[in-house]
Unconditional design. Structure first.
Lengths: 498, 451, 124
């Protein structure tokens, strides 16, 4: 009997608990026993791996049942701040699956890959126009990998000037995402945290004390993770350049300024874009993404290889030779399928459409902010763009209900909560980004849900504190997981791993 | 525009709530001197036209139906059920499972993925995926240095690892700095020449399994060396499917095993999206990069799953994190899992046996042509290197005319005199004996007959 | 417990036994402790040196040595039962024992009252 949780939601056994010996989920020709040169026994498995023994119907049902336990953008709002959970156009999936793209080997000769190379060229060209950079590498596999790439370019440039031993400090505002300092360390630089000004902006005076021969550069998210445009960035960039450093822009929030600001024009030397945020490719439950990196003419000589160029006759060629290149991020062309999706999106919308997307993303965010201000503290009052960060400060003091409680209770109303407890400089942060693909009524519904939860916090705090109540599982014990470390399935009859 | 659900009057209403006169006004916080004069913005395309443009672009690629090429990209038969499952909205359009109560589908699928990877790699704990095998190898090397608390900073890396993986690793280690890389050369059998003993400054030894040339490295022997010196042994496998048949790296003494999974996930066209698999011993889990899902229970005691051991990661540990990885390759990992679930160990055994048989038939056939010789004598699975009597590029072009991708020429990838006329050939289960015989015939005709 | 001394980084030190732990205030801010990393027995440590970490599910907090000296014992119970730090931070949840090398450093530590004032200030 299926174990029903409620309605049609089924409890799903671990896949290894299903099936039995003798079932098959594959359709492959019979294989004759190995003939010719044998595979030496020392290289053969002593025992088969523990893997499912299932037919196709059971496998498809298992994963379909599992899917019912997920929230997703196609089910409803997913207003995670800085994550840009926008609708993922369906046409992108069709184009990414075109056999011409999916059935070629990446090491075929370039005459055979003209379509793929054209795609890379068109995407690079489109991103160049939007950002103003000389060159964009499409190899980086995600935002963090893009950060690594941009910082490596900076490192190469510094080393080329013979300053590698001394210029080691990268300034990072305290609003930054954790990947920023982690990427700095992976590049052998030292992160130096600088404070955001009282109004939520980065101020030139925070940078001044660090200008000097040790400064390698600055890493700025713009707009920052409070959703605030860094109005001093151009001045700061000039100061950093004057001191011999470089400017990296984390473009996670580029969707707020696309069509308004070309980062290269305000002094940014290198930046990454998240195609899985701004350019609509699906997040897939955690990836794959893509993090193309733009660079100025000065840095372009260090670009990862290969780069795609167009010959005079209109054909495309891979340029691999460059002694200065920082190297490679991926053995082939990065997350190519993601690149096809983003390119499709850009071609469908055109720059006109992309600019409209920016306007609507900001309209939605400002509308949400205005409506939510009634219910939650807004620690920074200045104008924001694509997202807004609230705090639970007053509510927590008055009711004991925290951001985490609100987040969990929102699940009961069918909403994915915003990003919580980030950025770190806001206590009990509640960081909401609706994106442009939510309608007014979606936002109104979300606000109504928040209002209900805030009302409950005052009248029936236990209801909020013990939430969620309507989800398939209740609040999960994270400490139990971290202490017990059950990180894989182990059949009951044998001893647990470890 | 079809992705923007706003009627004009709704926009007006929203602006009036905000207290703004126009959408443009909302950007007042961007200083005028930061704005770039808009060039003539390009226009979009309706879907039917767009599809035509993209189809035409894709059609400018040349798809060769018979592929005898591998080098990290293996065209396994991937059943339709795989792409069907990963196309489900609930998987494809979900974020990283930060709110576990509404992400159990993704979390349980990852937990099952970790179990599959742990089984295939033969090590106790696996993570939720890395970008690919090449960055996975780089991460494994950095991890080994961390395990030794940065007190051992030398790594020994086999030259027989995929040269393009090595480029990625060089980029990673080069930028990190402070790590000395020594390369281990390839011997006549195609295996890596292992030193007699290794020093106390070595954090790790990394080998391909099988290596780039298709040769099986004696991992157990290498493990003897690393165990004696306290270094860690790292292996990297270009096609995880092989590990259904081969002795698991962990069983041979590997401490950190890495493998590439895209060829089973069905995303190998153009080389990605890739998916890096990584597993290690449980004692080393605190130094492992990437997300990890763990089993737990909810307030009612019911089984559930959460992201765990997060204090290793960048969002908590920032500059002290084990890696900067945030987005990984979750959906590719799911595709890999679905395929593995369909295959089970019998299916994996079947595809490997088919591939091995085809590989032997191809090798034996080609070796009947005068001047064709095997470059490496070491044991192999389904990928191998043959050297041809000249005109290799011409041979490959000749094959193209018959729809055959005749391996990967090694000369552009590896500069070694003995590989000047060498081709790396690989087989998969989709090739028929007829395909193989036809290819052998084409090659024989090209060189003017058989012995 | 009244005789315990405190570092401004929220470690306590028992001059009687040489035991080091983290305060209730620290525990309250950490949440559920899931892992404790400690130095090796025999290691010489400096006052203020980072000698380990206490990890909860949401954060990893460094442990600073309240005094200089030699590590003579670590609480091995914590490896399997890190929750002891939550349950009894001043008792079974102690972290390690240090033999102090400089008595002056011990007397420089905060007493219970001064530490309570510090916590009240930080709470603001």
């Amino acid at each position: 009997m299926p174990d029903i949780k409620k309605g049609m939601l089924r409890k799903v056994p671990v896949i290894f608990e299903l099936g039995c010996e003798g079932r098959e989920g594959f359709a492959l020709p019979e294989a004759e026993p190995l003939t010719g040169e044998p595979l030496p026994d020392r290289f053969r498995r002593a025992a088969p791996p523990l893997l499912p023994r299932l037919d196709e119907v059971s496998v498809v049902r298992h994963y379909t049942q599992l899917s019912h336990w997920n929230h997703a953008i196609e089910l409803g709002s997913y207003p995670l701040g800085s994550c840009t959970m926008k609708y993922n156009p369906k046409i992108n999936e069709i184009t990414a699956a075109l056999p011409g793209f999916t059935r070629v080997h990446p090491l075929q000769c370039e005459e055979h890959l003209q379509g793929s190379l054209e795609l890379l060229y068109v995407l690079e060209d489109s991103l160049k126009r939007l950002t103003g950079f000389e060159r964009i590498t499409l190899q980086p596999l995600a935002g963090a990998n893009g950060e690594f790439t941009g910082l490596s370019l900076i490192k190469k440039a510094i080393e080329a000037k013979g300053e590698g031993a001394t210029r080691r400090k990268i300034l990072i505002p305290d609003t930054a995402h954790g990947t920023n300092p982690a990427s700095v360390v992976l590049n052998g630089f030292e992160p130096v945290s600088i404070e955001t000004g009282a109004e939520g902006h980065l101020l030139p005076e925070a940078v001044v004390p660090h200008l000097g021969p040790e400064l390698a550069g600055i890493m700025v998210t713009n707009p920052n993770t409070l959703g605030i445009y860094e109005a001093s960035l151009k001045d700061i960039a000039a100061m950093v350049h004057g001191a011999g450093g470089y400017v990296y822009m984390d473009g996670a929030n580029f969707n707020a300024i696309m069509g308004k600001v070309r980062p290269a024009d305000i002094g940014v030397d290198t930046m990454h874009l998240n195609l899985h945020k701004t350019f609509s490719t699906p997040h897939g439950g955690g990836g794959p993404g893509a993090g193309p990196v733009g660079m100025t003419a000065e840095l372009a000589r260090f670009a990862p290889v290969p780069v795609v160029d167009r010959r005079d006759d209109g054909t495309f060629t891979l340029v691999t030779g460059s002694d200065d290149s920082m190297g490679k991020l991926h053995p082939f062309f990065g997350n190519f399928g993601v690149l096809v999706r983003a390119c499709t999106y850009i071609l469908e919308l055109g720059e006109e459409g992309l600019h409209e997307v920016t306007r609507r993303a900001v309209l939605n965010a400002r509308y949400l902010r205005k409506r939510l201000e009634e219910y939650l503290d807004l620690p920074y009052q200045v104008e924001t763009l694509h997202e807004a960060v609230f705090s639970d400060k007053t509510l927590k003091k008055e009711t004991g209900i925290s951001t985490m409680d609100i987040a969990k209770r929102l699940l009961d109303f069918g909403f994915h909560p915003p990003t919580v407890y980030f950025p770190l400089i806001v206590s009990g942060a509640f960081m909401a980004e609706p994106t442009e693909t939510e309608s007014k009524e979606d936002i109104d519904d979300f606000v109504a849900a928040v209002a209900t939860v805030i009302g409950e916090a005052r009248e029936n705090p236990d209801m909020v504190h013990n939430a969620p109540h309507n989800t398939g599982v209740g609040r999960l014990d994270e400490a139990f997981a971290a202490r017990k470390k059950i990180l894989r399935y182990t059949p009951a009859e044998t001893d647990p791993v470890d | 525009m079809r992705y923007l659900p706003h009627a004009p009057h709704e926009i007006e209403e929203m602006l009036s709530v905000i207290g703004a006169g126009s959408e443009e006004e909302l950007f007042a916080s961007i200083p005028a001197d930061h704005r770039s004069a808009p060039s003539e913005p390009s226009r979009g395309l309706p879907e039917f036209k767009l599809l035509g443009v993209m189809e035409a672009m894709a059609a400018r690629n040349r798809v060769l139906p018979v592929k005898l090429a591998g080098a990290g990209v293996y065209f396994h038969a991937v059943p339709a059920a795989v792409s069907h499952i990963v196309s489900r909205s609930e998987f494809m359009t979900a974020y990283t499972p930060y709110q576990p109560e509404v992400s159990q589908g993704t979390l349980q699928a990852i937990f099952e993925f970790q179990t599959m990877v742990s089984e295939l790699l033969g090590l106790e704990v696996a993570n939720a995926s890395l970008y690919d095998a090449a960055t996975g190898l780089g991460e494994a090397l950095l991890m080994a240095v961390r395990v030794h608390k940065n007190k051992r900073t030398k790594v020994l890396i086999s030259r027989a690892i995929h040269p393009l993986y090595l480029k990625v690793v060089e980029t990673m280690l080069g930028s990190f700095g402070g790590i000395t890389v020594e390369y281990l050369e390839v011997c006549d059998t195609g295996a890596t020449t292992l030193p007699e003993a290794i020093g106390g400054d070595v954090a790790a030894v990394a080998l391909g399994y099988p290596n780039f040339y298709g040769v099986l490295e004696p991992l157990d022997q290498a493990a003897g060396l690393t165990t004696a010196s306290g270094a860690l042994l790292i292996s990297v496998t270009q096609d995880a499917a092989l590990l259904g048949t081969l002795a698991a790296p962990g069983a041979l003494g590997v401490d950190i095993a890495v493998a590439e999974g895209m060829s089973l996930a069905g995303t190998m066209g153009m080389g990605g999206p890739s998916v890096g698999l990584m597993a290690t011993r449980s004692a080393l889990v605190k130094q492992m990069p990437g997300r990890i899902v763990g089993q737990t229970q909810d307030t009612g005691g019911e089984r559930g799953y959460v992201l765990t051991l997060a204090t290793r990661e960048q969002h908590i540990r920032r500059e002290k994190a084990t890696s900067n990885i945030c987005s990984n390759q979750a959906l590719v990992a799911l595709a890999f899992s679905v395929h593995i679930a369909l295959l089970g160990h019998l299916g994996l055994e079947r595809i490997n046996t088919l591939s091995m048989n085809r590989a032997r038939r191809l090798m034996d056939g080609l070796l009947t042509i005068p001047g064709v010789r095997r470059v490496f004598s070491g044991p192999f699975v389904s990928e191998f290197v043959l050297s041809f009597p000249g005109r290799v590029e011409e041979l490959c072009n000749h094959m193209v005319d018959s729809g055959v991708l005749f391996g990967i020429r090694l000369a552009p990838l590896v500069s070694a005199p003995e590989l000047a006329d060498a081709v790396l050939l690989a087989t998969v289960e989709t090739l028929t004996e007829g395909d193989i015989d036809r290819v052998v015939e084409l090659a024989a005709n090209f060189y003017g007959g058989r012995k | 417990m009244d005789s315990f001394k405190y570092a401004s980084t929220h470690e306590w030190f028992d001059p009687q036994t040489g035991k080091v732990g983290i305060s209730q205030f620290a525990v309250d801010h950490l949440g559920e402790v899931v892992e404790v990393e400690l130095p090796e027995v025999g290691e010489d440590v400096e006052k203020g040196q980072e000698i380990g970490t206490v990890e909860s599910t949401k954060t990893a907090s460094p442990i600073y040595s309240p005094v200089s000296g030699k590590v003579i014992e670590i609480n091995e119970e914590l490896e399997d039962s890190p929750e002891l730090v939550n349950e009894a931070p001043f008792g079974d949840g102690w972290l390690l024992i240090i033999e102090p090398s400089d008595p002056d450093e011990v007397s420089e530590l905060l007493d219970a009252e001064a530490y309570a004032d510090l916590c009240a200030e930080e709470e603001e």
